[in-house]
Design a protein around this ligand. Structure first.
Ligand code: G6P
Length: 601
């Protein structure tokens, strides 16, 4: 989703801004632009499509030392040059991430005052709002402060005012924004990867804060426009993750990192003893109900989590999509734990669901990858997955790490609730140790999944079926496939297909059938036979060798304790989706229309 970068300092700003924009590319975008002071005037250059198009229009050697850049993911108005950021109205030039929800109201007021608009964006309206207030106030900080009270919705802004060539301004509400400092100047950015090449020292802006950034000074104001001291954070890692290390795509690289991600995540909370789980998760004991709330793949991990926690810990779990949960009547109470799952920790709907639960006095816990992200900061309890920086828009290693956490939670709660006995616990712990190698072996078997992908990639639609936990995995397998290959794919509960959708099955329609739950395998096989009888090309994914001939392809999953098995089962589905997309020559790491971090609702 939209990315913001800005730089002011003693070095030339254009190369730094472009580098930052490239580091933000993974978030997803459809146009890019830059604005900077040159000889006391603001110059703006923007272009539709990739940053490469913008680069062709730039002079990297320009004597410019204060500027802002933006990658836009269209929300209001189509993806074209006019709607691309930065926008300028009067004395203000801005870049924006978020949505100003009352923009049409503000726009009408501004039109009545004589403002004219070129674009269809809410951002241009925000820019005109700044200009209009400034005419009256003649003070930039006061202007930003008053505007922040007028805007409804979410925003992170990078702001230049032509009356102040030596300052860059920034402010935020809900959408993420950081301010970072280096020896030769200061940055603003949507997230840490954008500035890691230059510095690892940064400040997280909180809602309604305004930053005044000069070449050698950063001043942050709170919502009452009082100067405040902000903590300077140091990012521990490097951005080495941003290199493909010989892999053709980030997605493939990230799939191959999953054994390490699993170990890093598990080892952070578990040292081989139940005591370590007790130390990290004892706060979970007091809850008798759980709501898991998330979006996209994180929602799918929640579905697997539900299956595991209900089955092994006997605790009822309700899983909801965050964009629904935030507006619905919730039946939670003081015995409910609301778990928010988010790789980025910035997804607007998940953040809103978290805030709603908090406002209602409900305990919240977040499972997050990005340290210091909004959801991580605001949730009462945080469990970090240790996936490292994930660049491919389609998540793989973060999804797997989230599954690992749900397995640990189910083990701990199952033991606490006396559903898992000592001997079973010992078996699970032994299997946990085997997992990194099994994950590695499953990935190493990629050629067999690729061969299957080569047979199905030209199909117009591909179905996934499964029951129980296998249905939850089917949903993720199907999402992975459609998001990167653009092939229509739907996941169904295996028993449900015959109630309508089976009419779509034709000769050779691929149906990927997942059956790992021993209690349901026979039932799923009956459903597979129903589609096979109608000509489906069946790819059977199971931990049991099939005894009858009801399939065309077989993917064997290594048998392990069912609490851990979904972690292995998802891997062939990721690799299958990858190869189908590759054969179709799709932009695997940056699928069309998608964003990595969805900071608007
Ligand atoms: C976007 C991404 C998905 C992700 C979802 C939730 O749609 O493309 O890969 O699962 O957002 O993101 P989160 O950062 O909250 O896990």
């Amino acid at each position: 989703m939209c990315g913001i970068i800005g730089f002011i300092g003693r070095d030339k700003c254009i190369p730094k801004i472009i580098h930052g924009l490239e580091a933000l590319e993974y978030r997803g975008y459809d146009s890019a632009g830059i604005a900077y002071f040159k000889d006391g005037k603001i110059e703006t250059i923007k272009e539709e499509g990739k940053i490469a198009n913008l680069k062709k229009l730039l002079n990297f050697n320009e004597d410019a030392y204060n500027g802002i850049g933006h990658t836009r993911w269209a929300t209001h108005g189509e993806a074209n040059k006019t709607n691309a950021h930065p926008h300028t109205v009067g004395k203000f030039t801005i870049v924006h991430n978020g949505i100003i929800e009352n923009y049409s109201e503000l726009k009408n007021e501004l039109i009545n005052k004589g403002y004219k608009f070129k674009s269809a964006t809410d951002t241009e309206v925000a820019c005109a709002t700044f200009d209009d207030i400034y005419k009256e106030e003649k003070d930039i900080l006061k202007t930003l402060h008053i505007a922040s009270q007028k805007f409804r919705g979410s925003y992170a802004f990078g702001i230049l005012c032509s009356d102040d060539t030596s300052t860059l301004y920034a402010m935020r509400n809900t959408s993420p924004l950081i301010v970072a400092s280096a020896a030769y100047g200061n940055f603003i950015a949507s997230d840490v990867p954008a500035i890691l090449e230059f510095t690892n020292k940064y400040i997280l802006l909180d809602d309604y804060e305004i930053a005044k950034i000069e070449s050698d000074k950063i001043t942050v104001y709170d919502k009452d426009l009082q100067v405040i001291n902000k903590k300077i954070n140091t990012f521990a890692g490097t951005f080495a993750a941003a290199a493909k290390n010989g892999y053709e795509h980030f997605m493939l690289k990230e799939i191959h990192e999953q054994d390490k991600v699993f170990s890093d995540t598990i080892n952070f909370y578990f040292d081989g003893t139940i005591d370590s789980l007790e130390k990290n998760f004892s706060f979970l004991k007091k809850f008798s109900k759980i709501d898991i709330v998330a979006c996209g793949s994180a929602y799918h991990t929640g579905l697997v989590g539900k299956s595991l926690i209900e089955e092994y810990a006997n605790t009822p779990v309700n899983v909801e999509v965050a964009s629904e949960y935030r507006y619905k009547k919730c039946f939670y109470d003081k015995n409910t734990l609301v778990i928010l799952v988010s790789q980025s920790g910035e997804t607007a709907d998940t953040l809103a669901a978290l805030r709603k639960a908090k406002e209602d006095g409900i305990t919240t816990m977040a499972i997050v990858n990005v340290i210091g992200s909004s959801i991580a900061r605001e949730a009462e309890h945080v469990i970090y997955i240790k996936a490292g920086c994930e660049i491919a828009v389609a998540t793989t290693k973060a999804y797997l790490a989230q599954l690992a956490i749900f397995s640990l939670l189910a083990i701990y709660l199952g033991y606490q609730n006396k559903c898992i006995k000592e001997d079973e616990l010992a078996k699970i712990f032994t299997d946990l140790e085997k997992m990194p190698k099994l994950i590695k072996d499953t990935i190493a078997n990629y050629e067999s999944y690729f061969n299957i992908a080569d047979k199905i990639y030209q199909n117009k639609q591909i179905f996934f079926i499964g029951r129980g936990i296998d249905y939850a995995l089917s949903m993720e397998g199907s999402l992975k496939l459609k998001e990167i290959s653009y092939i229509n794919s739907v996941a169904y509960q295996a028993g449900e297909l015959k109630h309508g959708t089976i009419s779509l099955i034709e000769k050779n329609t691929p149906v990927i059938a997942i059956a790992t739950d021993k209690n349901l395998i026979e039932k799923t096989i009956s459903n597979i036979k129903e589609v096979k009888a109608r000509g489906a090309y069946v790819i059977y994914v199971s931990n049991e060798e099939p005894k009858e001939d009801f399939y065309d392809e077989f993917i064997k999953i290594t048998k392990i304790h069912p609490l851990l098995e979904s972690i292995l089962t998802i891997i062939p589905l990721q690799l299958l989706a990858y190869k189908v997309a590759k054969n179709n020559k799709c932009d695997i790491d940056k699928p069309r229309n998608l964003a990595k971090s969805v900071t608007v609702e």
